[in-house]
Design a protein around this ligand. Structure first.
Ligand SMILES: [Zn+2]
Ligand SMILES: [Zn+2]
Length: 63
C-alpha cells in the first residue's frame, strides 16, 4: 500500500499516511484518491495535489 509522510495535526508530529479503500470512484479512471488517513491515529486528510500539504478534515460543528 502506498504511504506518505506528513505532519499529522492530531499526533502533532510526522506520521505515515495511508490511503483507505476508495469508495467514491476517485481511482475508477486511474486517478489518485485524495483521501489519506494517519496510520497511527486515523485522522483523515484530503489533498487534491500531492505537492501541497493536505488539509485536515475539521469536524463540521455549529458554533
Ligand atoms: Zn477516493
Ligand atoms: Zn495522527
Amino acid at each position: 500500500m502506498d504511504s506518505r509522510q506528513w505532519p499529522c495535526p492530531t499526533c502533532g508530529e510526522d506520521q505515515d499516511f495511508v490511503q483507505p479503500p476508495c469508495a467514491d470512484g476517485h481511482t475508477a479512471d486511474g486517478g489518485e484518491c485524495p483521501e489519506w488517513i494517519c496510520a497511527d491515529c486515523g485522522t483523515a486528510v484530503i489533498t487534491g495535489d500531492a505537492a501541497v500539504l493536505p488539509v485536515a478534515v475539521a469536524p463540521a460543528r455549529a458554533a
